[in-house]
Design a protein around this ligand. Sequence first.
Ligand code: ATP
Length: 357
Amino acid sequence: MNNVLEIIDLEKHFEDFKAVNGLSFNVKEGEFFSILGPSGCGKTTLLRMIAGFVEQSSGDLKIRNKDMKGIAANKRPVNLVFQNLALFPMMNVEENIAFGLQRQNLEKKEIEKKVEDILEKVHLKGYGKKEVSQLSGGQKQRVAIARSLVLEPSILLLDEPLGALDLKLRESMKIELKKLQKEFGTTFIYITHDQSEALVMSDRVAVMNNGRFEQIDTPKNLYANPKTSFVAGFVGEANIFTATYKNDLQICLNQDKEDFVINVNFIEKVSDKCKLYIRPEAIILSPSKDIKDLNRFNLIVKTILFDGSNTKLLTQIENTSYELLVSLPQNKQFAHIKVSDVLEAGVDYIDCKTYAS
Ligand code: ATP
């Protein structure tokens, strides 16, 4: 597939500070591409450079092979959906959506047809005459997206558009946004600090930290094969331990006086110190005696963190002070677990990831 956006060595400096620091990446036509990172990492600055609201300090930015340097925001084939949506409160839904089309000097009939079509596509048929104030949060969201998509941009830029919605609505809007994007086939570049939004909706996610990308990958790969310590800690939940290299197949956890040895499959030895990341779902409860290559230990249940199908146990490894967060399988065998129970447990050699710290 063709690249709709090409970015080469892009930087934005605010005096001595590099908010965006030497980024190079491409986004493909029709892709849902998210930029995920903590507050202040440079996401908005990057998005605003793509939109043309912020001028780049250096590097190249091309949309559909055309260099965007010096091209004003309103002349770029992109549209930006803001977190606060920026709908016009004194206009009804139809007028809000028609606003951009009127500025393109289209005929009235054509505008009406486009508005009607897009309202149907975003499941708001019959809402054209409603005032913005009469709409729910989710409906406002869809009007804001319709207003941008009706202009048929090459890229739709979305700046944390679900941030203002309550949790339940955010969950349903994630699915809705993903569906809309597939239906329209428009390239979405979506910025968020919420990993679950990025993982659920995106074809690829760039994890950003201190103005740089740490990893660009599919949600599945980011989760299963994080390339850096930052990505492993930021994407998904993980039990994180500091550890020391013992030999090529073993490391020691060393918060306790007594060493706790963990067998691992592979260590890329950069230094003697490493960090160990274990996902809660990587811990096997009541493992069969037949499984080979398993680190085995007992866990004492300290707290049950009930969350429906995502219920977790906060446990302590027996005879140590190490705490371990464990996913509770949806399985009758574990239905009656209670605090203070002692469970046999294990973790595969391969699920341990180590990084030089
Ligand atoms: P958030 O999620 O909180 O919006 P962000 O990842 O979008 O954060 P940016 O808004 O891009 O981060 O800001 C990145 C860094 O650049 C921050 O440290 C910010 O203070 C700084 N910055 C942004 N705009 C300016 C400016 N106009 N002048 C000086 N510094 C700025």
